[in-house]
Design a protein around this ligand. Structure first.
Ligand code: PMP
Length: 437
C-alpha cells in the first residue's frame, strides 16, 4: 500500500458485534444495508484512507458513494465547519447570513450561461424533486422524460424518474416516460448518441400530448453502473425536448463538482447547457448539502407561493460547501481527477486484456466502472464473482463500490486527492483478486 504518514488514535468504543446487533434491532431492515454479513466497522478517515476499529487501514476507492470529494476530514473543510459551528450553527433563509450567500455566489460562478439562482436542499433527492416541480410549474405540463437505468432519488417524483425496478416501490407517479438508455456497451445502437435520441422524440410524439415539462438525466449514470451516455446524445435529446416546450435538467449529483476531471460538470463533456442543474454528494464532502441552480426566469415560478425548508442553506453546510470549492481550486483537484483517472483507466484496460471476466471498462476522471461478465459475447452478468472479488480486494486493503442494475459493476469513485500510487495499488489489488477466482 502507498506510504501515508498517519496513525489514528486507538479506538475505545463499542465493538462491531454490539453495533451490529443494535443496528439489526433499531434500524430499518433495508436489504441494501449489507454488502456482506459483517460490514466493516470504520472509525477514522484521513484523506483517501479509512481506518477500522482495529486500526487497519483501507484505501477508499468508493469515497462514501462518490461523496467525499476533497478527502476524508480534509483540514480546511473541518476548520470551516468548526468555525461556523462555533459562530452560528443554525439560521434559516428567513435571515441574512453570509455563509449562504458567499457559497451561492461561488457556485453560480462555476455554472455556464444564465444559471445563477441557487436553492439549497439537504440531499440529491430533494434537489431533483424541486427541479421537477419547477419544470412542471414553469411549463404548465406534467410529463417528464428520463432514462432507463437512471437513478434520481427516493421520494415520489424522483423514484418515478429513476429507471431501475430495484429502487422503486409501488408509489410511482404517472406522466413519467423512460427513454432507451444510450448505453454504448449494452445499448441497441452502440455509441450512436443521435439514434438513441430519436427515442426521446418518439416518446414525446406517441406517449404525451406533444408537450412535456422536462427531460432529466445524469451525464454519467452512477448507481446504474457508471454508464457514460453515448456521444452526441444530450445535444440531440435536448433539442427534441426544447421543441416540445420542455426544460432540460442535468442531475450532477455524482458527475458534477470536478469528478469527471476533463470538465467541472458532467454535462459539459457533451457540450450542452441545461436549464436546471441539480447537485449534492461531492459539494459538501459528506456534509448533507444539495442545490438546484437555474435561471432567474425559471426561478420566478417559486415567487407566487412559499417554497421553504428548515435546513436548506444551513450555514454550517454552506460553509463546508464553500471550503470544498476552495480546496478543489487550491489543490487542482479537477486536474488531478483527470490525470489520475486517465492513468487508472489505462491500468484497468490492461486488466481487461488479461482477465476474461472484465467485459467493459468505462467512465471519466475519477468516476470509473468495471463491468464483470461470465461470457464476453453474451455479456452475462458475473454477479456472484463481483462480490467475491470485491471482498478479496477489501481483505487486501482496498474498498470499491458495487452497482449497476445487475449488480456486476465495480464503481471506482475515490476522493479526488487520489494519487498515481493509489491508482497503481487499486489496479494491482484488483488484478490479484481476479487471479484468485
Ligand atoms: N441523483 C443521483 C445521480 C444520485 O447518484 C443520487 C444518490 N445516489 C441521487 C440523485 C439522490 O441523492 P441523495 O441520496 O442525496 O438523496
Amino acid at each position: 500500500m502507498p506510504h501515508f504518514d498517519y496513525s489514528p488514535p486507538p479506538y475505545n468504543g463499542p465493538s462491531a458485534d454490539e453495533i451490529l446487533s443494535k443496528r439489526k434491532e433499531f434500524l430499518s431492515p433495508s436489504m441494501f444495508y449489507f454488502y456482506e454479513k459483517n460490514p466493516l466497522h470504520l472509525v477514522h478517515g484521513k484523506m483517501q484512507y479509512l481506518f477500522d476499529s482495529n486500526g487497519r487501514r483501507y484505501l477508499d476507492a468508493f469515497g462514501g458513494i462518490a461523496t467525499v470529494s476533497c478527502g476524508h476530514c480534509h483540514p480546511d473543510v473541518v476548520e470551516a465547519i468548526v468555525n461556523q459551528t462555533k459562530r452560528l450553527q443554525h439560521s434559516t433563509i428567513l435571515y441574512l447570513n453570509n455563509a449562504i450567500t458567499d457559497f451561492a455566489e461561488a457556485l453560480a460562478s462555476k455554472l455556464p450561461g444564465d444559471l445563477k439562482v441557487v436553492f439549497f436542499t439537504n440531499s440529491g433527492t430533494e434537489a431533483n424533486e424541486l427541479a421537477i416541480m419547477m419544470a412542471r410549474l414553469y411549463t404548465g405540463c406534467h410529463d417528464i422524460i428520463s432514462l432507463r437505468n437512471a437513478y434520481h432519488g427516493n421520494a415520489a417524483a424522483t423514484m418515478s424518474t429513476t429507471g431501475q425496478s430495484v429502487w422503486k416501490f409501488n408509489v410511482v407517479q404517472s406522466g413519467v416516460h423512460h427513454a432507451i438508455n444510450p448505453d454504448p456497451y449494452r445499448g441497441v445502437f452502440g455509441s450512436d448518441g443521435e439514434k438513441y435520441a430519436k427515442d426521446v422524440e418518439d416518446l414525446i410524439q406517441f406517449g404525451t400530448s406533444g408537450r412535456v415539462a422536462a427531460f432529466m438525466s445524469e451525464a454519467i449514470q452512477g448507481v446504474g453502473g457508471i454508464v457514460e451516455l453515448a456521444p452526441g446524445y444530450l445535444p440531440a435529446a435536448y433539442n427534441a425536448v426544447r421543441k416540445a416546450g420542455g426544460l432540460c435538467i442535468a442531475d450532477e449529483v455524482q458527475s458534477g463538482f470536478a469528478r469527471t476531471g476533463s470538465q467541472f460538470w458532467g454535462f459539459e463533456n457533451q457540450g450542452v447547457v441545461p436549464d436546471i442543474v441539480t447537485m449534492a454528494k461531492g459539494i459538501g464532502n459528506g456534509i448533507p448539502l444539495g442545490a438546484v441552480v437555474t435561471t432567474p426566469e425559471i426561478a420566478e415560478v417559486l415567487c407566487h407561493s412559499n417554497y421553504f425548508n428548515t435546513f436548506g442553506g444551513n450555514p454550517v453546510c454552506t460553509s463546508a460547501g464553500l471550503a470544498v470549492l476552495r480546496v478543489i481550486e487550491k489543490e487542482n483537484l479537477q486536474q488531478n481527477a483527470h490525470f489520475v483517472g486517465s492513468y487508472l483507466k489505462e491500468r484497468l484496460m490492461a486488466i481487461k486484456n488479461k482477465h476474461e471476466i472484465v467485459g467493459d471498462v468505462r467512465g471519466r476522471g475519477l468516476l470509473l466502472g468495471v463491468e464483470l461478465v461470465t461470457d464476453r459475447k453474451l455479456k452475462t452478468p458475473a454477479k456472484a464473482e463481483t462480490l467475491h472479488i470485491m471482498n478479496h480486494m477489501k481483505d487486501m486493503g482496498v474498498l470499491v463500490g458495487k452497482g449497476g442494475f445487475r449488480g456486476n459493476v465495480f464503481r471506482i469513485t475515490p476522493p479526488l486527492c487520489f494519487t498515481k500510487e493509489d491508482a497503481d495499488f487499486v489496479a494491482d489489488v484488483m488484478d490479484c483478486a481476479m487471479s484468485k477466482i
